[in-house]
Design a binder for this molecule. Structure first.
Ligand SMILES: Cc1ncc(COP(=O)(O)O)c(C=O)c1O
Length: 384
């Protein structure tokens, strides 16, 4: 008899008592086949096509930004976004260690180094207060450019991540970064449809980046989008991600070393059909979150809910357990009984690959690392 048999029973019941409940599965309930077939029938499956344009317009509408650029995945979007705000080799970028590895890889691909700053306990994302304390101690403005007094390197960006779709205290972060003249790139990979004070996540920084990987709420198979209100930067992002080719009917001339990061039309077709269902998917997930919340409350377990004045998309739902031992017992019990659960990420600096970078005390990140577990969060079949 498992310790968590009532939890396992409740979760299974939410998902029609299937034998195995995945953490997050994709749902294709709309025009997916129709749009993908269109691209095959028209032969426009690859780098140009109407669905790429349609996807970019849909993303601008969803994120309330002036320009969106479809890319092959979220990681490449982050890499290019950092470069566009001026991150160069030898620079530093403020970010969090409690994140998926792609956030950090995107910094390192640009030849820059991450500075790991703590997260807030309530949002699980980058803490504006901790960023401020770090900058008060180590920051120095030289002719309007922020330098790290300890390393003498330029701090050329700040990249917060909205963990599992829960918005960070983003207005406070914008204030701190404005004071220090540090541009923000939002890693909004997990946060499509989330809002802070009714404004879409992804629209607060100079650029925001979303992921459409298969494990996200909506997917293009693999894909990403860069969004921005700075049209000039948006045009540059499109240019840089499409091999920096100078527009011409037949000549092949490139004016810088660009990337082939464009999203194929066949993937954009899938993404368009999925985006049409984004609102209903989020509504469906929010109902599940409500049911989880009541259930876990009755069990005395902390189910994580959105902060006041924010809307979370509830991409991956999570609970906070008493301690690491309890977390291990929960993971073992649930995974052993057909309910997929997983711990939050190991803090990035704990891997020897990423251990040499500057960091603060990480008190909250260490606390959460031991206790947070994701539970099944897929869009459910509508009850009839
Ligand atoms: C926080 C975060 N950043 C970046 C990414 C990278 O996105 P992709 O897998 O589309 O490259 C992901 C998801 O996969 C993510 O969860």
């Amino acid at each position: 008899m498992s310790n968590y048999s009532d939890v396992i029973g409740f979760i299974k019941n939410q998902f029609d008592n299937q034998e195995f409940i995945p953490l997050h599965g994709p749902r294709f309930l709309g025009n997916e086949k129709k749009y993908v077939n269109d691209t095959i029938d028209s032969t426009f499956v690859s780098s140009v096509g109407a669905y790429v344009d349609k996807f970019e317009l849909m993303m601008s509408s969803i994120s309330e930004t002036k320009k969106s650029i479809a890319v092959v995945n979220g990681t490449s979007g982050l890499q290019v976004a950092l470069r566009l705000v001026g991150v160069n080799s030898g620079d530093e970028v403020i970010t969090q260690a409690l994140t998926f590895v792609a956030t950090i890889n995107a910094i390192i691909y640009n030849g820059a180094a991450p500075i790991f700053i703590d997260v807030d306990l309530d949002t699980m994302g980058l803490s504006p207060k901790s960023v401020e304390s770090f900058l008060d101690e180590f920051g120095e403005l030289r002719e309007g450019i922020c330098y790290n007094k300890k390393t003498n390197k330029k701090i050329s960006a700040c990249m917060p991540m909205h963990t599992f779709g829960f918005p960070i205290h983003v207005n406070e972060l914008v204030q701190v970064c404005d004071k220090w003249n540090i541009p923000i790139v939002e890693d909004a990979a997990e946060a499509i449809g989330s809002e802070y004070h009714s404004k879409p996540i992804g629209s607060f920084g100079k650029l925001g980046v979303f992921s459409f990987n298969g494990n996200k709420i909506v997917t293009s198979g693999g894909g990403g989008a860069i969004v921005t209100n700075d049209v000039e930067l948006g045009v540059k992002a499109k240019h840089l991600t499409t091999t920096a080719k100078v527009p011409h009917p037949y000549e092949y001339v490139h004016d810088e070393i660009g990337y082939n990061f464009r999203m194929p039309n066949i993937n954009a077709a899938l993404a368009c059909a999925q985006l049409e269902q984004l609102d209903s998917f989020i509504e469906n997930k929010r109902k599940l979150a409500n049911e989880y919340n009541s259930f876990f409350k009755s069990k005395g377990i902390n189910f994580r809910t959105e902060m006041p004045q924010t809307k979370a998309n509830y991409w991956l739902m999570c609970i906070e357990l008493e301690n690491k031992k309890e977390r291990e017992a929960f993971l073992k019990d649930t995974n052993g009984n057909g309910v997929m659960t997983r711990p939050i990420w190991q803090l990035i600096f704990k891997s020897s690959l990423y251990s040499g970078f500057q960091r603060d005390g990480q008190i909250n990140a260490l606390y959460l690392e031991d206790r947070i577990v994701n539970i099944p969060s897929s869009v459910r079949n509508e009850k009839t």
